[in-house]
Ligand binder design. Structure first.
Ligand code: XMP
Length: 513
């Protein structure tokens, strides 16, 4: 069994970040709901448990509480924030509302330098706090090891049972040395090695896929995005020609996208690729349609039709492969104050209709996005694919306001290509979540040479985000914005004005639609 750390989720917005930090230590981590029975945890044989933070107060009725048996498993436990209050509540301490909420940056001072959780760390360090409750009496067997301005018990330890509690959040960037605290826990205290590497993942995944698929055929819908591309490369490594990929050109793709997909997967990887060019059909169906929801419906329905038709061409298969990632699999714990969990994955619902009977193969189910990119590199996919920014299924149709026409698509494609090129050249492309152009059907007057022009407007959008649920606009440097606008207006016929979108999400969305 893979060596792993289990994180029990009490509803913190940072639970997934904890899991990623643990994996960055090359230790596999799994997130489970807070109420997971101790017996089930025992079966999983984790090397350690982490109790996440959460928005509740342990003493309130209805607060999320774990199975008390988790403290009898004999494995090390690290309680973070709400997790410390749980140690207090379950092991004989006392938790009360603090007179001051501790929120934001603070300074942690070690009062006991022998604690293995802080091995190699300085006596004082910056930490990030976010809590109102406070431990006012230590749980039995614990001793204090660090304090902050407001908490006498900012870090506590029971070395005998290997139970540790910290009030601050080691997983966030505002605790600069937090990674070392987590590394001390997983390596030093839990004794985990550095076993979680993409090379080993490939070996294991290949074996598992072969076992699941046997001699049957697998179909995969390839979009050219990171997830489906990496899934395709992994499946091909596992089952070779039993895999057939279907790539639908809906006419709403970026410049050179269909060519690139055929080049990389067909000619380079020699993957069986069925290319369905349905651009004309999609465009015909979208004629005269201006309402965003109707556009989406038409595109979704047409996609299924084309995909079904492609399936008839490629012949019967037992399995359908999908590039589902871990964040879509984690059972979310909707505890007050975590709206992200509730509005998750509103996109791409529906998918293929139930009448298509396939068994699913989802080889990326346990991976985070950054791990998928690492896996893509390991499998030899080109950087151009591995580092792609997210691109919506309905493609450029959601980036053209109003009717989608051939000419508008051409304009937007050219503008988009310039954005990608300049963002890459300036070193910004990989650093941010998304950067793209939007075509507004607003014409305004301009001058070019001695002539007056009357042309479209391009809006530039650049956002930072962790998961697409919330986002902030990126403060791109003026010289870069200047270059983008100048090139788009000079090189793309049909555009004479460029604007920059400074809306964050919420209240805006990332795409304009
Ligand atoms: P919004 O515009 O809702 O977008 O703020 C959030 C993120 O989702 C992407 N997006 C989509 N992805 N199919 C997808 O696969 C879709 O229909 C879709 N619509 C939006 C968007 O690019 C952003 O990253």
């Amino acid at each position: 069994m893979t060596e792993q750390i289990v994180i029990l989720d009490f509803g913190s917005q940072y639970t997934q970040v904890i899991a990623r930090r643990v994996r960055e230590c090359r230790v596999y981590s799994t997130i489970l709901p807070y109420h997971t029975p101790a017996a089930e945890l025992k079966r999983l044989q984790p090397r350690g448990l982490i109790l996440s933070g959460g928005p509740a107060s342990v003493y309130q009725p209805g607060a999320p509480l774990p199975d008390a048996g988790i403290f009898q498993l004999g494995v090390p436990v690290l309680g973070i924030c709400y997790g410390v209050q749980l140690l207090g509540q379950f092991l004989g301490g006392k938790v009360e509302p603090g007179d001051k909420r501790e929120y934001g940056k603070g300074t942690l001072t070690l009062t006991d330098r022998t604690c293995p959780l802080f091995r190699g760390l300085p006596v004082t360090m910056q930490v990030w706090n976010s809590h109102g409750d406070k431990l006012t009496r230590l749980p039995t067997g614990f001793r204090p090891v660090a304090r902050t301005e407001n908490s006498e018990y900012a870090a506590i330890a029971d070395e005998r049972r290997r139970f540790y509690g910290i009030q601050f959040h080691p997983e966030v960037a505002h605790t600069p040395r937090g990674r070392e605290v987590l590394a001390n826990f997983v390596h030093g205290i839990c004794g985990c090695g550095r076993t979680w590497t993409m090379r080993r993942f490939v070996e294991r995944a290949v074996g598992e896929i072969r076992q699941q698929v046997g001699r049957e055929r697998v179909i995969l819908g390839l979009s050219g995005g990171v997830d489906s591309s990496v899934a395709a490369a992994l499946l091909h490594r596992a089952v070779g020609d039993q895999l057939t990929c279907i790539f639908v050109n809906n006419g709403l793709l970026r410049a050179r996208e269909p060519e690139m997909v055929r080049e990389v997967f067909g000619r380079h990887f020699h993957i069986r690729l069925h290319y369905a060019n349905a651009a004309a059909l999609f465009l015909r169906r979208l004629r005269g349609v201006t309402q965003p929801e109707r556009k989406r419906k038409i595109i979704g329905r047409t996609f299924i039709e084309v995909f079904e038709d492609a399936l008839r061409h490629v012949g019967p298969a037992r399995f359908l492969a999908q590039g589902t990632l871990y964040p879509d699999v984690i059972e979310s714990v909707p505890i007050g104050g975590n709206p992200a969990a509730l509005i998750k994955s509103h996109h791409n619902v529906g998918g293929l209709p139930g009448r298509m009977k396939f068994a699913l193969v989802e080889p990326l189910r346990c991976l985070f996005k950054d791990e998928v990119r690492e896996l893509g590199r390991e499998l030899g996919l080109p950087e151009e694919i591995v580092w792609r920014q997210p691109f919506p299924g309905p493609g450029l149709a959601v980036r053209i306001i109003g009717e989608v026409t051939r000419r508008r698509l051409e304009i937007l494609r050219q503008a988009d290509a310039i954005v990608i090129e300049e963002m890459k050249a300036a070193g910004w492309y990989r650093k941010i979540w998304q950067s793209f152009a939007v075509l507004l059907p607003v014409k305004s007057v301009g001058v070019m040479g001695d002539e007056r022009t009357y042309e479209y407007t391009i809006a530039l959008r650049a956002v930072e985000s962790q998961d697409g649920m919330t986002a902030d606009w990126v403060r791109l440097p003026y010289p870069l914005l200047e270059r983008l606008a100048a090139r788009i207006i000079n090189e793309v016929r049909g555009v004479n004005r460029c604007v920059f979108d400074i809306t964050s999400k919420p209240p805006g969305t990332i795409e304009w639609e």
